[in-house]
Each structure stands twice: as structure tokens, then as C-alpha cells.
Design a protein around this ligand. Structure first.
Ligand SMILES: Nc1nc2c(ncn2[C@@H]2O[C@H](COP(=O)(O)OP(=O)(O)OP(=O)(O)O)[C@@H](O)[C@H]2O)c(=O)[nH]1
Ligand SMILES: [Mg+2]
Length: 204
């Protein structure tokens, strides 16, 4: 397996740091690895494997002509907010056959950010079901691919059957500011729903 740490310099953790685990979820090829890679301040751990004939008929490459690898384990990265709040980002594979890995990866998480692609919205339901099964609070971030259709927020909420208080944001997983904004919306939701104790931000 191609699991490797690349060579970006790592920052140390403050001993006062509050560690918060967040899962980056979503269907095959929706941009999970890209998202973690964009935001991680350390070299992300990646478990990418080349796609072979074995995934034909399982992984749908429509609209992703440049995609040659898929995540077979997990993505892992780290993002520090003001030294005292440290997010550990776990990208979990979206395919049904990795369901067990998904459950293991999501265990102990405070919440999940579910990435969605408007070309294949129905494929988001597997991830929505998984997070709901685990009782994880979540936000949905539509990863904007250039060829993807754009719909009004109300239509997207209806199509994904989102509760009124579930945040729905738009992002470009390749862009740091945009990805950070999506994550911030999730954090705000975790605070609003008491999934995160606001005191952990007192020192941040
Ligand atoms: N245009 C555009 N392309 C993106 C964006 N995010 C990811 N991509 C591309 O989409 C492809 C899939 O991205 P990945 O990050 O591998 O997706 P993934 O969800 O990790 O895929 P799996 O682990 O195989 O499920 C890659 O070729 C990315 O370069 C985005 O925001 N905009
Ligand atoms: Mg991936």
C-alpha cells in the first residue's frame, strides 16, 4: 500500500491544545483527500492506491477523467487554530465496501463534514446514512466542480433531505480559504448543538 508521509515541516502541539477529531466524508471521488491535503499543516498521511480493473463497475469515474487513484484506508491531517484548538481531519472512504473502515475511522469523532458533488447527489446518501447511524452531527459542503450543475440552496436541501439546522455550504476543496470556511461552519454547528464545549475556545 502506498502509505507515506511527505516532507512538509510539522509544527509541534501546545500542551494546552484541545484535540478535536473531525471526519471528512462523502462519496467516491468527491474531493475528500483533496480537502484534507489542502488544509493540513503537516504532511498528510494518505493511503492512495492506483485504480485497476478491479474497481471497474464499482467506482464510477464519470466526470473524473483525471482520477487514477482512490483512498483505500484513510486520509489524515492536522489543522491548528491559534495553537489551542487542534483539529485532526480524518478522510474516510465513501464506497460501501469500505463500510467497516468507515466505522473505525469515525469512532470518537466530534462531527463530520460531508462533501457532495451536485452531479451525483444521490451518492451522498450512503455517507448521510453512515453519519446518522453513528449519531454524528454534520454539515454538508458542496464541492464545486466546474462542470457540475448549480442549484438553489433550498432545492439542494430538499434533495438531500437536510434538517433545517444542518449547515449547507459551498466550497472548492482545492482552495484553503474556501475549505477552511466550510470547516468553520461545521465547528459553529458543533458549538450550537453542544457537540463541542464552547470553553475549549476560551483560550483559543
Ligand atoms: N474542479 C475541482 N476538482 C477537484 C476538486 N476537489 C477535488 N478535485 C479533483 O477531483 C478528483 C477527486 O478528488 P479526490 O480528492 O481524490 O477525491 P476523494 O473523495 O478523496 O476520492 P476517493 O478517495 O477515491 O473516494 C481529483 O482529481 C481532484 O484533483 C474541486 O474542488 N474542484
Ligand atoms: Mg480519497
Amino acid at each position: 500500500m502506498d502509505s507515506r508521509l511527505s516532507e512538509r515541516p510539522a509544527r509541534g502541539l501546545s500542551h494546552r491544545a484541545h484535540l478535536v477529531k473531525i471526519v471528512i466524508a462523502g462519496a467516491f471521488g468527491v474531493g475528500k483527500t483533496t480537502f484534507v491535503n489542502t488544509l493540513s499543516e503537516i504532511a498528510p498521511l494518505r493511503t492512495e492506491e492506483s485504480m485497476t480493473q478491479a474497481s471497474v463497475g464499482l467506482d464510477d469515474l464519470r466526470g473524473k477523467p483525471d482520477k487514477t487513484t482512490t483512498t483505500v484506508g484513510l486520509d489524515w491531517g492536522r489543522l491548528t487554530f491559534d495553537d489551542d484548538l487542534v483539529l485532526f481531519l480524518f478522510g474516510a472512504p465513501g464506497q460501501k465496501r469500505f463500510r467497516d473502515i468507515w466505522h473505525e475511522t469515525a469512532r470518537g469523532a466530534f462531527g463530520a463534514l460531508i462533501l457532495a458533488d451536485t452531479r451525483y447527489l444521490a451518492e451522498s446518501f450512503e455517507s448521510l446514512t453512515l453519519v446518522e447511524e453513528m449519531g454524528l452531527p454534520y454539515a454538508v459542503a458542496v464541492n464545486l466542480f466546474p462542470e457540475a450543475p448549480q442549484y438553489p440552496e433550498a432545492d439542494l436541501r430538499g434533495a438531500l433531505d437536510l434538517a433545517p439546522d444542518t449547515p449547507l455550504v459551498f466550497c472548492d476543496a482545492r482552495d484553503k480559504t474556501s475549505a477552511a470556511r466550510a470547516l468553520t461552519d461545521l465547528l459553529r454547528h458543533l458549538l450550537d448543538t453542544d457537540a463541542l464545549d464552547p470553553h475549549i475556545l476560551d483560550t483559543a
